[in-house]
Design a protein around this ligand. Structure first.
Ligand code: ZN
Length: 323
């Protein structure tokens, strides 16, 4: 009885050997914005929450937003995170304040951590004023960001605008929030594959979350993974952020409310790891701990292979961020 191992220790050592964790998906501009008033809103649904940060965003100064961002980045550095990819809101409410804060952030932390910015489109990309700010954000961002559910019913158009804007601005990569509602009625990832092929963006697109894929029948899932592989679409999973997916009476194959990472990895897809929202009305108790995210993922998806897990926690995130 001498060959004891400590798998957590082995895994963390392997991640360190690969340069450290990579947080491939976050929203650091709206972290730490909880107060006594908005905390009451934490129990609302996701759709109801989308516009809640507006009050904060309208009033916040560039310095306020910078402070939120810096607090997250300091926490990431303390955990040995080598790179972070964060969406930042650029929309008619916050305008360019998060852009200005992010420039300062990148300057101040350039020796400590790689930071990649993706423009968030929480107001969609179709309504004219939202589109105007999307185009401003797209010029600045390293990666073009999308949020399909914000232009519900016009998802294909939303994606066409993302790809066209990426081409116009010479942006090589896209990160798109898809299939967030854990419902078999959603087929966003399938649409993202179709549009990626149509626009010739193979190998340049990352699907963020893909939760509803797990609610589809096995034959559909397996076919989808093959299509994703063909379009070389990468995935980012944020397990803690989505485990609160509400129970529903819609029938689906039994599954955890977590991206089906085990199946995706087996199908040859690259999956990275992210924290998503930290200490805000969406996720008041998420403190951005990368080990917590990885632990959730490995338990929920029954993945215990150390190499696979260390890839997910580090190098796969670098690939998705173009690093
Ligand atoms: Zn997100």
């Amino acid at each position: 009885m001498q060959d004891f191992i400590d798998p957590k220790d082995l895994l963390l050592k392997k991640i360190r050997a690969r340069g450290g964790f990579v947080n491939a998906h976050a929203h650091i501009d709206r972290a730490y914005i909880l107060n006594k008033t908005n905390y009451k809103l934490t129990s609302a649904t996701l759709q109801q929450k989308w516009d809640f940060p507006d009050q904060y965003k309208a009033k916040a100064s560039v310095g306020d937003i910078y402070s939120n961002m810096a607090r997250v980045v300091e926490s990431m550095c303390a955990q040995g995170v080598q790179a972070i990819g964060s969406f930042i809101d650029v929309d008619p409410v916050v305008k360019d304040k998060a852009i200005l804060a992010s420039q300062k952030l990148r300057d101040n932390f350039k020796k400590d951590i790689k930071i990649v910015f993706i423009n968030q489109v929480v107001k969609g990309v179709i309504e004219p004023e939202a589109k105007r700010w999307f185009e401003i954000g797209a010029q600045y961002a390293d990666i073009i960001g999308g949020l399909l559910e914000k232009d519900k019913g016009r998802e294909a158009e939303h994606l066409d605008i993302l790809f066209q804007t990426a081409k116009k601005n010479g942006k090589k990569l896209l990160h798109v929030h898809v299939d967030q509602f854990n419902s078999p009625r959603q087929r966003d990832t399938e649409l993202l594959v179709k549009k990626t092929l149509e626009h010739g963006y193979e190998g340049k697109v990352t699907a963020i979350h893909c939760l509803s894929v797990a609610a589809q029948p096995k034959a559909y899932r397996q076919k989808l993974y093959k299509q994703m592989k063909k379009a070389d679409i990468k995935v980012v999973a944020c397990p803690v952020a989505w485990i609160d997916s509400p129970r529903s009476e819609v029938l689906a194959p039994s599954h955890n409310a977590v991206t089906p990472v085990d199946e995706m990895v087996a199908a040859g897809l690259s999956v990275g790891l992210g924290t998503d929202n930290i200490s805000d009305i969406y996720k008041p108790f998420n403190d951005g701990d990368m080990w917590t995210e990885l632990h959730f993922l490995l338990e929920a998806c029954h993945i215990y292979d150390i190499d696979t897990l260390s890839d997910i926690a580090s190098v796969n995130g670098l690939k998705t961020l173009g690093l």
